[in-house]
Design a protein around this ligand. Structure first.
Ligand code: PSU
Ligand code: MN
Length: 300
């Protein structure tokens, strides 16, 4: 595992660190918006008092914290693969460059001693999972790795009620920040209630500390709704999502290609409006995660 100078110094000085995933860079957004987003997210974390640690695999080596040249290299890489927790070992032996998914990033963050991680959306139970069995490895990782993940809920490319049921079975607490509802990524409500609501980074940090102290052994999912001014109208985006899901079925897209295919198609069909909202919500999550990380450091 290679640590950037910035992350190593943060550990030495006992500063708050926030992990960031990189599949969002390699497979979630097109170049150059992916690079702009990655830089802005890192800056937002620094502005809120913490140190960003973007996690990725570069030529077979795990990196915790990337410098700007490495970030750019990853954002432009056309040969980068998508690596989940189970893929890591094989991808590393092959010397590949990879964006780490939520599951792989949680695993690495946990090994590195980083308790909190910010992203856009986590994977979940796909629509039609009763026949396809397509359930993201992110959910099982949340069930067994004690990393707190700050997200904007999950996209309605997924079956949100089934995703919430699955997380309940996996003993993963779901806490919405400043809302009674579980958010649906581009929109502030999925129509499902979140199990719990807490309204400040300090309260969320206390819940994190207690969850860990209880030896729960599972991750926590913090659902932070997209800011009102950046949210898309449900009528508009849900129609776009329906169309993309239909195309994926028609074209027989399966396995790990499903999520990247849908994200790219939704961006095309929405003429970039989904991408703009996506960037806004990731920034919003980075700010919350940084404030939580700082509050958490003050507790432990
Ligand atoms: N959801 C998004 N954007 C993303 C992803 C999910 O809105 O970029 C990425 C994350 O890295 C997540 C992964 O961990 O997709 C899940 O992929 P799968 O559904 O194949 O498990
Ligand atoms: Mn899948």
């Amino acid at each position: 595992m290679h640590f950037s100078d910035e992350v190593r110094t943060a550990f030495d000085q006992g500063k708050a660190v926030v992990a960031l995933e990189s599949t969002i860079i390699t497979h979630g957004m097109p170049y150059p918006q992916n690079l702009e987003m990655a830089r802005k997210v890192e800056a937002a974390i620094r502005e809120n008092g913490a140190v960003p640690a973007t996690i990725a695999v570069l030529k077979g080596k795990i990196h915790v914290g990337l410098d700007d040249a490495q970030l750019e290299q990853l954002a432009q890489a056309t040969d980068a693969v998508k690596t989940s927790g189970r893929d890591l070992a094989a991808d590393m032996v092959q010397g590949l460059t990879a964006g780490t998914t939520v599951s792989a990033t949680m695993r690495i963050a946990s090994l590195a001693g980083i308790e909190i991680f910010a992203t856009g959306g986590v994977g979940g139970v796909h629509r039609g999972a009763e026949t396809s069995f397509d359930i993201s490895a992110d959910l099982n990782e949340l069930g067994q790795t004690g990393t707190t993940v700050v997200c904007a809920g999950v996209k309605s490319i997924l079956d949100i009620p089934k995703t919430l049921e699955y997380l309940e079975t996996q003993r993963v607490p779901i806490i919405a920040c400043g809302s009674d509802d579980f958010p649906a990524f581009f929109t502030r409500s999925s129509g499902c209630k979140a199990d719990h609501r807490l309204d400040s980074p300090e309260e969320l940090a206390r819940a994190m500390a207690l969850h860990l102290a209880l030896g729960s052994g599972t991750g926590m999912l913090i659902a932070n709704p997209i800011p009102q001014e950046d949210a898309l109208s449900p009528e508009f985006i849900n129609g776009t999502i329906e169309a993309a899901v239909h195309e994926a079925e028609q074209q027989g897209i399966a396995g790990k290609d499903v999520t990247p295919f849908l994200l790219a198609r939704i961006n095309e069909l929405s003429e970039g409006r989904s991408l703009k909202a996506n960037i806004a919500l990731v920034l919003n999550n980075a700010r919350l995660a940084a404030r939580m990380a700082v509050a958490y450091k003050a507790l432990v």
